[in-house]
Design a protein around this ligand. Structure first.
Ligand SMILES: Cc1cc2nc3c(=O)[nH]c(=O)nc-3n(C[C@H](O)[C@H](O)[C@H](O)COP(=O)(O)O)c2cc1C
Length: 394
């Protein structure tokens, strides 16, 4: 009995010390195989744990000694980005861990998607790892705390003593129960409520997990939707000079055909929309997936390396269709600096990632930036900006 008690006390103590060490970054969880341990949690709990850690400043941070190549600094929409690598939407869905995420070394963080009213999203399980492909399928379905609570989180951040420097984008979605025809009202509510906190606003019409959402990428619905969001922002910030208002971007799916892409490009140019994020997850399932068919056939959007080729191709198409005149954010399957470099050459001014963080942990951010700097210098570029769209000119 005594032995049993001693054993239990020992286990609890060791567990607590280990948890303390991990949470305080005394141990790099990822370097010591912790990535695999975190992966023993089911994907949604692992996500919650990661947000918990980032929110309390326990997630691994970029070392202070890290020195970044100056050429990674860039300027888009008149805003300064310390580097072009950002965290894509969907990780910090409720804007609760912005500083923890920026501290990982990202140049910018996109929070959301947020829906006007709180909603639970789809039933669980709704996130699946495709480990052999280092990919993920998710069908969260916009689980959101809603605008009220989301704004509270942003307000609380503003009232903090110190915030991490970096650009913060706000990604807007619509409620599941809002009819497609009234989608403009949902996105406009988001823009009005949150524009004062946002460095840029994203109209997300490409998540595959809200029925009918992707129809909003069609020419007429998109024109009307983006038109209302621009007006909503302008009326909410009428006292601000035009260039001090947050730019509005639209985020598109990688599954659009050439004629859909042409429509998107036309509407964006016609309305003077400030940027396009290419892309969200895909509903396609490439033949070359290695993971078991049980998980591959789960419904939802696929992200990670299997999405890379498709999303980079669509990015190049959009760059061509918008004649290089609209800043693009390349997203989809980036897990190395070379991947980011390919997006930049294809036309991206900025690059986002999410799934790589799930598999490689926060240390991936510094690694990717280092590799990107090396690739740019290897090819004779003095800055990110110089390389944007290089594939189209050479
Ligand atoms: C678990 C998960 C949740 C996501 N949630 C959102 C979301 O709420 N809004 C959004 O615009 N994109 C969302 N995305 C898509 C990502 O922002 C990104 O576009 C996509 O994952 C491709 O990038 P990646 O291959 O680097 O992950 C989500 C992705 C994942 C994996």
């Amino acid at each position: 009995m005594g032995t049993l008690i001693r054993l239990s006390v020992g286990l609890v103590t060791t567990g607590s010390v280990a948890a303390w060490a991990v949470l305080n970054d005394r141990i790099d969880v990822y370097r010591f195989g912790g990535g695999r341990i975190i992966q023993l949690l089911d994907p949604e709990n692992a996500h919650k744990f990661a947000i918990f850690a980032a929110k309390r400043g326990f997630a691994p941070r970029q070392q202070h000694s890290y020195s970044e190549w100056e050429g990674l600094q860039t300027q888009v929409w008149g805003r300064h980005f310390a580097n072009p690598i950002g965290l894509a939407a969907g990780f910090d869905k409720h804007a609760e861990a912005i500083d923890g995420c920026l501290a990982m070394g990202f140049g910018f963080v996109e929070v959301g998607s947020v829906t006007p009213e709180p909603q639970p999203g789809n039933p669980k399980p709704r996130v699946f790892r495709l480990i052999k492909d280092r990919a993920v399928i998710n069908r969260y379905g916009f689980n959101s705390v809603g605008l009220e609570a989301f704004e509270k989180n942003l307000k609380a951040r503003e009232s903090q003593h110190e915030v991490q420097p970096g650009v913060v984008g706000v990604n807007l979605g619509k409620n599941k129960t809002t009819p497609e025809a009234e989608a403009g009202v949902d996105y406009s509510r988001g823009a009005i409520k949150l524009c004062e906190y946002a460095d840029y606003i994203v109209v997300n019409v490409s998540s595959p997990n809200t029925p009918g959402l992707r129809n909003l990428q069609g020419k007429d619905p998109l024109r009307s939707l983006l038109g209302s969001v621009v007006s909503a922002r302008d009326s909410a910030l009428a006292s601000r000079a035009h260039d001090a208002r947050p730019p509005i971007l639209v985020k598109i799916a990688p599954d659009l055909h050439e004629h859909n892409l042409r429509d998107v490009a036309e509407v964006v140019m016609e309305l003077g929309i400030d940027g396009i994020i290419v892309s969200n997850t895909t509903v396609g399932r490439p033949d070359k997936l290695l993971s078991s068919s049980d998980v591959v056939k789960e419904a939802g959007g696929l992200s990670g390396p299997p999405l890379r080729e498709l999303s980079t191709k669509i990015l190049g198409d959009i760059y061509r269709l918008t004649e290089g005149k609209v800043p693009l954010v390349g997203c989809g399957g980036v897990s190395t600096g070379e991947d980011a470099y390919m997006k930049i050459r294809a036309g991206a001014s900025l690059v986002e990632l999410y799934t790589a963080l799930i598999y490689d942990g926060p240390r991936a951010v510094s690694r990717i930036k280092g590799e990107l700097a090396e690739a740019l210098q290897r090819d004779g570029f003095k800055s990110v900006q110089e390389a944007v769209g290089a594939d189209h000119t050479q």
